[in-house]
Design a protein around this ligand. Structure first.
Ligand SMILES: [Zn+2]
Length: 383
């Protein structure tokens, strides 16, 4: 494990506009009533409320994804995880759907410094619209989103017909699904499409957004995946043995989100986890089973007929046929990473005898590896 840096405003502005980043930096719950025009302009307020320390929250989760990408670029690890990231709806100059800063876009931009082609896969129940939009005109990023589509479900985009434009034509893939899709249909479709995508596009690195609102019983979602079904997708992507950046995303039945990402951490680390959840400060959330795997909660009818799924699959594969070969990208000189100091002097508390970085190095468990002198395992460091 490692503590990522908090992303600097200038890093956030690699994708977002400087005025939007600046506004996020300045606005507080107490001052927001003075900025009603800007709140509307940047879509803050309703779905994306202004809360205490909002900007720092963005810096932390975006810093995690950026550092994950940098560590992959520098081959310091082969899989990097940031469960706090995956806020796929945020736009260049606008918040959307609980997302303020699009850490995925920032991470992918970082990966593009070292890789000719980046594959982005999204299994959140919602369309990965912010990431798709950012790379809609380029063939250097292929975005593949599996999501609920129709019935005015948020955000309303992600039709199978939307496949990218200009150089990006056929490099955006949308797999629109209906309510109640189950493990069997989802994983079969996922494996068929992703195999073909990897074979055709030949990415150098994969970014996997693991939104857990596609699980059965999610408060906002309407799919019927079990944790095992969700994790099966992660297992499948891992098998390609390509550098892999894994993030979280949505998830609104929080005890199941924690279960899902724990199981998936185990999958990514090739570690079998006991089903019984050990005693911890949050154990009461996990009753009455107190276990990682749980019986299916509310079952929604599967509205995805065999013929519907087959039509979608055929359309997606047809689009992929247009890409006969992976595009050859002229790689220019690799731009350098930002200079990131070891610690931020401004944030050092002079009254603290032992700073955070030193404390991090002291808290070590035998079965975990931290950045620092004692770190002998460079392969399984996670962000
Ligand atoms: Zn979602």
């Amino acid at each position: 494990m490692m503590r990522p840096h908090k992303a600097y405003p200038v890093e956030l502005a690699q994708f977002h506009t400087a005025d939007y980043v600046d506004f996020l930096h300045r606005i507080t719950p107490d001052t927001q009533r003075l900025f009603s025009n800007e709140l509307v302009k940047y879509n803050l307020g309703e779905d994306c409320p202004v809360f205490e320390n909002l900007f720092e929250f963005c810096q932390i989760y975006a810093g995690g994804t950026i550092d994950a990408a940098r560590r992959l670029n520098n081959q310091l690890c082969d899989i990097a995880i940031n469960w706090a990231g995956g806020l796929h709806h945020a736009k260049k100059c606008e918040a959307s759907g609980f997302c303020y800063i699009n850490d995925l876009v920032l991470g992918i931009l970082e990966l593009l410094k070292h890789h000719a082609r980046v594959l982005y896969i999204d299994i959140d129940v919602h369309h990965g619209d912010g990431v798709e939009e950012a790379f809609y005109f380029t063939d250097r990023v292929m975005t593949v989103s599996f999501h609920k589509f129709g019935d005015k479900f948020f955000p309303g985009t992600g039709d199978v017909k939307d496949s990218g434009e200009r150089e990006g034509k056929f490099y955006a893939i949308n797999v629109p699904l209906k309510d109640g899709i189950d493990d069997n249909s989802f994983t079969r479709l996922f494996k068929t499409i992703i195999s073909k995508v990897v074979e055709t596009y030949r990415p150098g690195v994969i970014v996997l957004q693991c939104g857990a609102d596609s699980l059965a019983g999610d408060r906002l979602g309407c799919f019927n995946l079990s944790i095992d079904g969700h994790a099966e997708c992660v297992k499948f992507v891992k098998k390609f043995n390509l550098p892999l950046l894994v993030t979280g995303g949505g998830g609104y039945t929080k005890e199941n989100v924690a279960r899902c990402w724990t199981v998936e951490t185990g999958v990514l680390l090739d570690t079998e986890l006991p089903n019984e959840i050990p005693d911890n400060d949050y154990i009461e959330y996990f009753g009455p089973e107190y276990s990682l795997k749980i019986p299916h909660g509310h079952i929604i009818d599967n509205a995805n007929t065999k013929s519907y799924l087959s039509t979608i699959k055929v359309q997606v594969l047809e689009n992929l046929r247009h890409i006969q070969h992976a595009p050859s990208v002229q790689m220019q000189e690799v731009p350098p990473d930002f200079y990131i100091p070891d610690f931020d002097e401004d944030e050092q508390n002079p009254d603290e005898r032992v700073d955070q970085q030193t404390r991090d190095k002291q808290i070590q468990r035998e079965d975990e590896y931290y950045e620092g002198d004692n770190d002998h395992d460079q392969n399984t460091e996670d962000v």
